[in-house]
Design a protein around this ligand. Structure first.
Ligand SMILES: C[S@@+](CC[C@H](N)C(=O)[O-])C[C@H]1O[C@@H](n2cnc3c(N)ncnc32)[C@H](O)[C@@H]1O
Length: 259
């Protein structure tokens, strides 16, 4: 997925600005620290640093994703690690940004415990993801199996909020942000063709090809509304006043990529 990821997920700078505007009340100012959890190729790390002035440290388990990180976010740092065992010390971060990653996490209670551990008291967790009706996603009608009941991508907000409540992280805000997924039908087909969108990656090849053919046909026959717009949620949780216990590694002190 890493090879086509940036092409498939590219966001207009205007849309990145919308995400940052929605996030900004919960981001620390200059001098603060943000963890970009499951940062992928780092497309949000640079924006988080630029919009807030805070230092951004990224954590990403895939070496291939990390390899692309320096080009996207040259002034931030990325280290290898998974959300089930976040490798930082207690209270290391003022905010954690987790974009389209929580549904990948196999052990949600471990994720919650790690988040509670690395967030400072009253720090914020910002989850970017799709918690709305899957039927409204622009690609659902072509690839319904990708969002079938029971798939990890169907993780509900109730479930994640429940697990976070167990470690005293409380939901404080939820907003929808509209973004352009593709300017036109041809760009949509090009993005889908890379198969770098995680819900599509696990489909059987023939199911993917059939969906792509149907999409191409609609694109060729002008049946796709342009631009192709998509809505995702930003859900914000706040850590309690008291901090958790235990000490782990300090965030790194210089830009580095542990590929
Ligand atoms: C859809 S991508 C999102 C990347 C980035 N946050 C963004 O919005 O561009 C999902 C990312 O989660 C990472 N990931 C998968 N399992 C993970 C885990 N258990 N802990 C942390 N990250 C994980 C993947 O390697 C991938 O980079």
């Amino acid at each position: 997925m890493a090879a086509g990821y940036d092409r498939a997920r590219s966001l207009r700078s205007r849309d990145v600005g919308r995400w940052m505007a929605a996030a900004s009340p919960y981001l620390p100012p200059a001098g603060g620290r943000i963890l970009d959890l499951g940062a992928g190729t780092g497309r949000f790390s640079a924006a988080l640093a630029r919009f807030s002035g805070a230092k951004v440290v990224a954590c990403e388990p895939s070496a291939a994703m990390r390899a692309a990180f320096p080009a996207n976010s040259p002034d931030s740092w990325v280290i290898g690690g998974a959300a089930e065992a976040i490798p930082f010390r207690t209270g290391a971060f003022d905010a954690v940004w987790a974009s389209q990653v929580v549904h990948h996490v196999s052990d949600l209670p471990a994720l919650a415990a790690g988040l509670r551990h690395v967030l400072r008291p009253k720090g914020h967790l910002l989850i970017r993801g799709g918690f709305g009706r899957v039927e409204e996603l622009p690609l659902y009608r072509y690839f319904p199996l990708a969002w079938a009941e029971g798939n990890a991508v169907r993780l509900t907000l109730e479930r994640i909020a429940g697990v976070l409540a167990d470690v005293d992280l409380v939901l404080v805000d939820q907003v929808q942000v509209e973004q352009t997924f593709a300017d036109n039908a041809d760009e949509l087909v090009e993005k889908v063709k890379t198969r770098s969108l995680s819900p599509l990656a696990g489909l059987p090849d023939q199911v993917f090809e059939d969906g792509l053919s149907a999409l191409r046909k609609d694109a060729d026959e002008g049946r796709i509304a342009e631009p192709v717009v998509d809505r995702l949620d930003l859900v914000v949780f706040r850590a309690p006043t008291g901090s958790s216990v235990g000490e782990q590694a300090e965030p790194p002190t210089s830009p580095t990529s542990h590929a």
